[in-house]
Design a protein around this ligand. Structure first.
Ligand SMILES: Nc1nc2c(c(=O)[nH]1)N[C@H]1C(S)=C(S)[C@@H](COP(=O)(O)OP(=O)(O)OC[C@H]3O[C@@H](n4cnc5c(N)ncnc54)[C@H](O)[C@@H]3O)O[C@H]1N2
Ligand code: MOO
Length: 392
């Protein structure tokens, strides 16, 4: 059994960006990561711009200026101002080379074609210099940048319409177990509704992964082997739930070994999620998560999340963590380090009752996981604990 840190490091080491680089229109690239550095083909802004509605001035010693005409946004006019001359100008309009400051109109009194400044102004005021944000030929955004709405807007402002990105992985979720029935079917004795696939599909969807197929297999060795073999051949990431423990009908480990998925680790000293498997075959990464729903989802956020971020070339690879003060006492059972379902609110965190790995109800109320290491037992109000914020 390996430690949580060792397991996380093994996931990090074995999921370097390996997804296909593809060219995409920026309209379809939101949430993806740049696979190549982008250099600007233009200066941004492309010309000296007025940052205010007001008057462009060719500065001189007096506060009075002779007004010549006007320049609106989009105009190509470039009047030559002599010292002491001004031109009416609007936000976003080109500032002529002969002007060296723009005074906002609130600080100007106008009388016919003479304007008087109500205070003095220094060189460069309210002028956005050409290339202030980025110069032609300079780096606009580096490889590895996440294409957020702002990043896509910025690239659009540079006239960039296509980008090279790491494509989203093709993902398969496989559920295992004779006891599982779909929520549309009648629930007979001994059966439970299958919920891990819906839960994991939603967790993936919330992170922007939509190329997800779901498969189901009974506790049958041959069928498990065949399905896993096909799924591993056809996907970048395979997430299996259940059948990975030591029971006589837990066939996943044996089947993965048989279809030559190389084991990178199996079993992590943690609660929940002890019987966690991670492996790979060619370019496909495989996680076998424990079937217990809360254990499955915890392992998803702690380990599968790292793999997804890394495969997509994104940073940081782990979920955000904060140090939060506990609002209520909590007694930890057992000696395994634990991820505890919790509610984080305004800097404080409350660990919820019902931490059993089968209990999804508690997870449904949580927005964070508190990490309690091996040594931690009684946690008192006011104690500070590492709190992992869930991307929900
Ligand atoms: N002798 C031992 N038994 C168990 C050990 C152990 O060390 N020795 N470990 C326990 C721990 S810890 C966990 S976690 C579970 C993991 O077992 P599996 O990964 O093999 O999962 P299953 O047995 O298939 O299922 C466990 C539990 O979860 C329910 N389940 C499974 N799939 C789904 C699904 N898709 N939707 C909803 N619920 C699901 C299943 O019915 C079981 O109740 O092993 C312990 N045993
Ligand atoms: O590893 Mo398990 O999730 O404690 O029941």
């Amino acid at each position: 059994m390996i430690s949580i840190e060792e397991a996380k490091n093994k996931v990090k080491e074995n999921t370097q960006p390996h997804l296909n680089k593809v060219k995409k229109s920026i309209h379809n690239s939101g949430g993806l990561t740049l696979a190549e550095t982008i250099y600007s083909k233009i200066d941004m802004p492309p010309f000296r711009q007025s940052a205010m509605d007001g008057y462009a001035l060719n500065l001189h010693d007096s506060l009075e200026y002779k007004l010549l005409g006007e320049i609106k946004a989009g105009d190509e006019a470039a009047p030559k101002l002599k010292s002491g001359e001004a031109v009416r100008i609007f936000t976003g309009a080109p500032v002529p080379d002969s002007a060296n400051a723009v005074m906002m109109q609130e600080k100007v009194q106008k009388e016919k074609n003479i304007i008087k400044l109500t205070e003095s102004i220094s060189q460069g005021t309210n002028i956005r210099p050409q290339g202030e944000q980025v110069k032609k030929g300079a780096i606009a955004l580096e490889k590895g940048t996440l294409l957020t709405p702002a990043a896509i807007g910025f690239l659009s402002s540079l006239g960039i319409t296509e980008v090279s990105v790491y494509d989203r992985p093709k993902i398969a979720i496989i559920t295992t177990g004779n006891e599982l029935v779909s929520p549309q079917e009648p629930l007979t004795y001994g059966k439970i509704y299958e919920s891990n696939s819906t839960m994991l599909t939603e967790a993936l969807k919330a992170l922007g992964y939509d190329d997800v197929s779901v498969f189901k297999v009974e506790d049958d060795y041959e069928k498990t082997k065949t399905l896993l073999d096909t799924a591993v051949s056809n996907n970048d990431l395979v997430i299996i739930t259940g059948g990975i423990s030591v029971g006589d009908y837990d066939f996943v480990g044996k089947a993965l070994h048989e279809i030559q998925v190389k084991e990178i680790f199996y079993k992590v000293k943690q609660k929940p999620g002890k019987p966690l498997f991670f492996g790979m075959r060619n370019n496909t990464r495989v996680f076998a998560l424990p079937g217990n729903p809360a254990a499955s989802l915890t392992c998803f956020y702690i380990y599968v999340y790292i793999a997804l971020q890394n495969m997509m070339g994104r940073t940081p690879v782990e979920l955000n963590r904060v140090q939060a003060k506990l609002s209520k006492v909590f007694v930890k059972k057992g000696d395994r380090p634990q991820f505890l379902k919790a509610i984080f609110y305004e800097g404080k965190v409350e660990i919820l009752e019902g931490q059993n790995s089968s209990m999804l109800h508690t997870f449904a109320l949580a927005n964070a996981l508190v990490f309690a290491d091996e040594a931690t037992t009684n946690i008192q109000p006011g104690n500070t604990l590492e709190t992992i914020l869930l991307p929900i």
